[in-house]
Write a new protein. Sequence first.
Length: 231
Amino acid sequence: MISSDRLLPGVLQALRGELVVSCQANPGSPLRRPEIMAAMAQAAELGGAAGIRLQGFDDAAAIRAVTALPLIGLTKTDRPDTDIYITPTSAEAVRLADLGCEIVAIDATLRPRPEPFAQMVARVHAAGALVMADISTFAEAQQAMQDGADIVSTTLSGYTPYSRQQEGPDWELMRELHAQQLPFSAEGRLSSPDDAAKALAHGAAFVVIGSAITRPDVVTGWYVNALKKES
Ligand SMILES: CC(=O)N[C@H](C=O)[C@@H](O)[C@H](O)[C@H](O)COP(=O)(O)O
């Protein structure tokens, strides 16, 4: 079962029912180099991914150069003045659009922010890209769609102090979004093909997987911890 929403705009239609692979290495990872993320993106495309999620201007340029797949771009910015860290300003969002990202992901949590979300959406649209609103709760999803977002993503559930804290995906949030027909992508702590399929069954328009595919350092830790529990 795929999301009943029929109004996904533009390039988002091409992602319906498909897999997007997030190619982002953590700070400190030896993989955190644009050419390595570009190779990851190519490997994901070979495997059948229909889109790529990425972070940073250098990675956006490197990945745009090697694939025609739709790109979901974002920046991760640590600012002392705000907890908003996924693409906090429209200057960053528009630059990602100018680098060829068809979709820009923006933190749409209801925390104090440097710039109103609705204003950012208008500027990204004017630059010719769509907006994915990264949310942590159902209330944030509703607000983001009212403010003009094209789709929401469950990315930030568990990463704000007031959202559900759990080790796995936020299935309950997916149920709420689907029940109210809000178009969403399932993202965050999905770690197996079964999780991905289950997300579509929960009404996701498409599925974004990161760590389980493109962070071997993180995945290694999953195995090491499992062995520790047994020994
Ligand atoms: C919370 C946050 O900053 N998430 C980031 C957003 O782009 C990425 O670090 C995640 O890898 C991505 O959301 C995919 O999730 P997972 O790696 O769990 O499959």
